[in-house]
Design a protein around this ligand. Structure first.
Ligand code: IVH
Length: 680
């Protein structure tokens, strides 16, 4: 900003505002930031400084005068009782020392007590409880008003629908917090996307804020969101004001005691800033061990009366500050793009960059998922790129840095033919993925075998990717059944194949024949059939070949099986070479039986079929199902005319609607079910 005219920097101020608005839009509205927080803050601070020096140029619509907007048209807009502010950021000890000095000056205290807790990397929410009941939940929106997402928040199991605030003399209360996905759930979510060849979401924060805006509450529920509640912004008391709320740490404790997930156990209270700094560093060192992502710590003045004395700016409270951890980002040069062929023929571009260290690992290869991603990011060979790796999440390219180009950069050409078998590539309408549809493409065959032997599939230990490739090249492996006729004698003497490893490999191959059916179904690599779907399928049949007899409608009646999945399974069983392969596997001695527990035929529920839908309150779903089987009943996986009882829990969806149309199905509540089995 050196070139600014000190007198009237009108254009610079407007340019900065436009830059900030654009990035706020990317971050808050599109959930797709292309700028690191640190860089955003630099722009923000530059604007703040210019405006401070030129107060006459401040306009009501400047990004410094309001917090960024996330309003969407899909949910009713509601006003927050108190504006939802953001936080000031700090990046090092000096920033915190400086803030502590400002706090002490502002509060006229010699030493101030601070409460320190994690800064959760999710989407902010605001909850209102009245007379102990959750009456409203909203997103942050533009800070003044947000989207009413009560229906979605009710799906988050850690948010109590009622809480005894009255015991603290509170009639109405507004609470702030953060919705997030644990790293494990985030991975599960991305695995599901990968099964459908969709690019994964970049980080749990994007997944959380996207989830809050889904219009289907059942889908929100499936995402297993978490909510941490960390701030009380407003309360109306109906009795004696409660002393618990005089400190921030007291508020966290009250929330915890009332059944909320508040950072009660993660927080620490310190006198003076030095210990705060140390605690922040300690926490940063252990961030990878946490089950969820945090991007820093939040330091808050503990006494509420001091908070009130310090007040706030239009952007953030003066009594709190975020201590941001080092970003897990680095820049590197994009040297090449390789095109890999997956087991379903999907062509995945993989960026090869100069290896860089990010958060303790070296990154040299990064998936670019599909052609659209390359286009969207405007990547060119030779570009400098910004790479991020958040926690356990796979690294990804945030953006290229075109300002560093020297003109030698080259466009990335997506191949038109399969890099392995040279067949023409195809792209289905509405899909972003190019595919090689030659079922005998060597790359696909190898990838299918690698998947078949992998840990979550048939778990043939000692096999591994490298051996599959080697055996394929040597002609020992040609397809999946050939695993079971591997010429083990010819391996003898090969490097790395001593007597012991051959014995181990032989028994691993042999043992895999007895793997449960769901593993075999998953191992077949049917498109869109992940582990969960494989389990559902296995539970619904007696023998693998039963699947070949089901229509797409019957398949769709199963839990979790949608139109796409059903069509894919149906197609798999229409392909004669697949049927031949299954026949060969059975001859080779593989287990194609489901081994389902045989129902005890003489029980009270003998001959009756059951299906559960929605959330049960008194029983766990798996326990209820076990009770049915214990009493001789049979479980079905979908609503059909074969169903006798549909047991309906809370928030039941399409299954209930469907069952209502079939007159012979008895639709019963959980209580009625308990009565039926004599357990009420
Ligand atoms: S306190 C007036 N505490 O970080 C109270 N915020 O970057 C302001 N955040 O908008 C919020 N963890 O969404 C607070 N422990 C925590 C937090 C936290 C995450 C979010 C919050 C805020 C954003 C600012």
């Amino acid at each position: 900003m050196k070139h600014l005219l000190p007198e009237i920097p009108v254009t610079e101020i407007e340019d900065l505002r436009d830059i900030l608005r654009f990035h706020e839009y990317r971050y808050y509205v599109l959930d797709s930031p292309i700028l690191a927080d640190f860089e955003y803050d630099q722009f923000y601070k530059a604007l703040e400084k210019l405006e401070a020096n030129n107060p006459g140029l401040i306009t009501a619509d400047s990004p410094t005068q309001r917090v960024a907007s996330t309003l969407t048209a899909s949910f009713p807009t509601v006003a927050h009782l108190v504006p939802m502010l953001s936080l000031e950021n700090s990046y090092n000890a000096d920033d915190l020392l400086d803030w502590d000095r400002r706090v002490r000056e502002g509060s006229k205290e010699k030493s101030v007590e601070y409460s320190v807790e994690p800064k959760f990397d999710g989407a902010s929410i605001s909850l209102i409880y009245e007379d102990d009941l959750l009456v409203r939940a909203a997103t942050r929106g533009d800070g003044v008003q947000g989207d009413d997402i009560t229906i979605n928040i009710r799906q988050i199991r850690s948010v109590p629908l009622s809480a005894k605030f009255s015991a603290y003399g509170i009639q109405q209360i507004e609470i702030r917090g953060e919705v997030l996905l644990t790293k494990k759930n985030f991975k599960r979510f991305n695995d599901k996307l990968a099964e459908q060849n969709l690019p994964p979401l970049a980080n749990p924060r994007n997944a959380a804020s996207g989830s809050l805006r889904i219009k289907d509450p059942a889908e929100v529920r499936r995402r297993n969101l978490e909510a941490f509640l960390y701030h009380i912004s407003y309360h109306i008391d109906n009795g004696e004001p409660n002393s618990t709320l005089l400190t921030h740490s007291g508020s966290l404790k009250m929330l915890w005691d009332l059944g909320f997930r508040s950072p009660e156990h993660e927080k620490r209270v310190f006198n003076g800033i030095q210990d705060v700094i140390e605690y922040c560093r300690e926490f940063e060192a252990g961030r990878d061990d946490l089950p969820y992502e945090i991007d820093g710590m939040v330091v808050k003045v503990n006494e509420v009366s001091l908070q009130e004395k310090l007040g706030m700016t239009t952007h953030h409270p003066r009594w709190a500050i975020a201590f941001k951890f080092k970003a897990r980002q680095a820049t590197s040069r994009l040297r090449a793009v390789e095109f890999q062929v997956g087991r379903t023929g999907a062509i995945t571009p993989v960026a090869k960059i100069d290896p860089v260290h990010i958060g303790g690992v070296t990154v040299g290869s990064i998936s670019l998922f599909n052609e659209e991603v390359i286009k969207e990011k405007g990547l060119r060979l030779g570009d400098m790129v910004l790479v991020e790796r958040a926690g356990d999440v796979i690294p990804y390219i945030v953006k290229s840095l075109p300002e560093l180009r020297n003109g030698d950069e080259q466009p990335i050409k997506f191949p038109q033919r399969c890099p392995q078998c040279q067949s023409q590539l195809f792209k289905e309408e509405g899909e972003a993925v190019w595919r090689c549809i030659n079922i005998d493409c060597p790359a696909q065959v190898v990838e299918r075998i690698i998947h078949f032997v992998s840990k979550d599939a048939m778990d043939i230990r000692n096999f591994g990717e490298a051996n599959v490739r080697k055996f394929y090249e040597m002609g020992f492996l040609t397809d999946i059944p050939s695993i079971y006729s591997l010429p083990l004698d010819r391996l003898r003497g090969m490097e790395g194949f001593g007597e012991k490893s051959i014995t181990n490999l032989t028994s691993a191959i042999e043992n895999s024949k007895q793997q449960p059916l769901y593993r075999l179904i998953f191992a077949l690599g049917i498109r869109y059939v992940g582990e969960t779907t494989a389990k559902t399928l296995a539970q619904s049949i007696d023998h693998l070949m039963d699947l070949s007899k089901l229509s797409t409608e019957e398949l769709q009646n199963m839990e979790d099986v949608g139109v796409k999945v059903a069509a894919s399974i149906y197609q798999f069983f229409r392909n004669p070479s697949n049927l031949q392969m299954l026949g060969e596997l059975e001859k080779l001695g593989l287990n194609l039986q489901s081994g389902k527990k045989q129902s005890f035929t003489g029980g009270a529920l003998a001959g009756q079929t059951f299906l559960f839908t929605g959330t049960l309150n008194r029983l766990k779903r798996s326990d209820a199902e076990a009770m049915v089987e214990e009493q001789g009943g049979k479980l079905l996986s979908g609503v059909s005319s074969k169903l006798n009882y549909l047991v309906v829990g809370d928030d039941a969806g399409s299954k209930l609607e469907k069952a209502k149309k079939i007159s012979q199905i008895h639709i019963i509540s959980e209580e009625e079910f308990l009565k039926l089995i004599g357990k009420d």
